[in-house]
Design a binder for this molecule. Structure first.
Ligand code: NAP
Length: 245
């Protein structure tokens, strides 16, 4: 099914590489104007080139998401320029270190929480009024199976993803009577820099390319998507009620 996102405004965090990059590209190909956020200017410029080649358009926002005031400013700037936001893909994330929970350095734990949790909440706070101005606001929050599996040595990352799922569910419960639809996404193991950091011994060629995940996320961003407060499991192409089997 082709999704038509013409005249829709989409904000994608972590758009400089990996899942966020390909999601931004696919959203633009579907007709959305993409606001692409990340720190790496080179990655954003490469994305911009690809979007232009595809006949789309983007606004690049080189920004560190640990700068919380800048997130507030971003919401204000989107309101000034477009008066609304149709699609939020809260994708930026960091892994931290893989180590026993008692060995995790405080600065690593704080960074994982700042990028994965606090920045996501701050972004929600910044753009919630803008998404509510859309006739079909869609928010897609990237989670992970780690939120539920809690496997050894993934403590900060697992805790951060459980926290963002709680934020997404709460936000969905608060807005369920509105057109706004909010879902979390478990992309599954995907061929990206983060996955390579987590599993250095793994052959990346055995993993799905991030463009495959991007295609699913774009489907969730469409006006026909009616689910809210659910977790979408990409590998299984189905929604779950957050309670994993
Ligand atoms: P990735 O390739 O490492 O990309 C992460 C993105 O987040 C980059 O664009 C990075 O941009 C951005 N980012 C990180 N810190 C930032 C900061 N302080 N400010 C702004 N942007 C920042 O990761 P990925 O694998 O695509 O992961 C995307 C999402 O999927 C994450 O939420 C991850 O937890 C989730 N996920 C991934 C997998 C997987 O197997 N890959 C599995 C489950 C869940 P800059 O460095 O340019 O700022």
């Amino acid at each position: 099914m082709t999704i038509d996102l013409k005249d829709r405004i989409a904000l994608v965090t972590g758009a400089s590489r990996g899942i966020g990059y390909f999601t931004a590209l696919e959203l633009a190909r579907a007709g959305a104007h993409v606001i692409a956020v990340a720190r790496t200017v080179g990655g954003l410029e490469e994305l911009d080139d690809e979007i232009r080649k595809a006949g789309g358009s983007a606004t690049l926002v080189p920004q560190d998401l640990t700068d919380m005031k800048a997130i507030d400013t971003l919401g204000g700037a989107i309101f000034e320029r477009w008066g609304k936001l149709d699609i939020l893909v809260a994708n930026a994330g960091v892994l931290g270190t893989i180590s026993p929970i008692g060995h995790v350095e405080a600065k690593v734990f704080d960074k994982v929480m700042a990028v994965n949790v606090t920045a996501t909440w701050r972004l929600i706070r910044s753009v919630d009024p803008l998404l509510q101005k859309s006739d079909a606001g869609r928010a897609i929050i990237l989670s992970s199976a780690a939120a539920h599996k809690c496997r050894p040595f993934w403590g900060p990352y697992s805790a951060s993803k459980a926290a963002v799922e709680a934020l997404a569910r709460t936000w969905a419960a608060e807005t369920e009577r509105l057109p706004l639809r909010i879902v979390s996404v478990d992309p599954g193991a995907t061929r990206t820099a983060m996955r390579a950091q987590a599993m250095p011994g793994e052959d990346p060629a055995t993993l799905p390319h991030p463009s495959e995940v991007a295609g699913e996320i774009v489907r969730l961003a469409g006006p026909d998507m009616r689910e809210t407060g659910k977790l979408y499991i990409v590998r299984e192409k189905r929604f779950a009620d957050y309670v994993m089997p």
